[in-house]
Design a binder for this molecule. Sequence first.
Ligand code: HEC
Length: 185
Amino acid sequence: MRLTISTVLALGLMAGCLDLESPPPPPPPDNPGTPDAGVVIDEPDAEPLPVDALAQWSGCMTIANWDTALMGAWANKPTEGGTVCSSCHGDGLARFHTDVDNNAMFQMNRYEVFISGFFTQTVGPSGIEVVPAVEKLRLKGGGAGDHPTYNTSPSDPYFLALDQFHQLTLGVKQAGTCGPAEFPP
Ligand code: HEC
């Protein structure tokens, strides 16, 4: 009897060993993005996401970060001839909105029609990324299309403010604490 039990136990252990030696195949290394993986940040091969990157970005913009970065100062950024941005763009001329009212400027820049004034999309290492629209802002500041010129140097405080606001907003996105991925209603 004891032998039989031992044999059964031994067989059981062997079966266990066999099980251990043939584990299920490992999952595929790259789990393709699921449809709602809107904030994937570490998948180089991720397909373009169904979520509009700029809408998502809009949901990550906060007035606190806007104020910290002093983005509202763009309304008073000087241009050649003694004008400032808001002299012409205070009401959103040419889809560039620099209202002298800081809160209003923030709100307007969250809308789809104005968000591209300061931000644009590009394809980066982690898929679609939202970056400051520095290229366009430099072109305009350089006088493209007879636009009044303005300071476009990398040390320009207004461009630095945009950089900072971009970084802070990216931080919100990476922390996963954004609001809904949509433009304001
Ligand atoms: C004297 C009026 C005037 C002032 C001042 C002015 N702009 Fe403009 N801006 C225009 C006009 C007109 C257009 C549309 C024609 C064009 O694109 O040049 C424009 C277009 C733009 C555009 C293109 C919008 C887009 O997204 O395609 C940007 C960006 C811009 N301005 C930035 C600025 C900034 C930044 C300042 C302040 C530093 C400024 N502008 C000051 C008149 C002005």
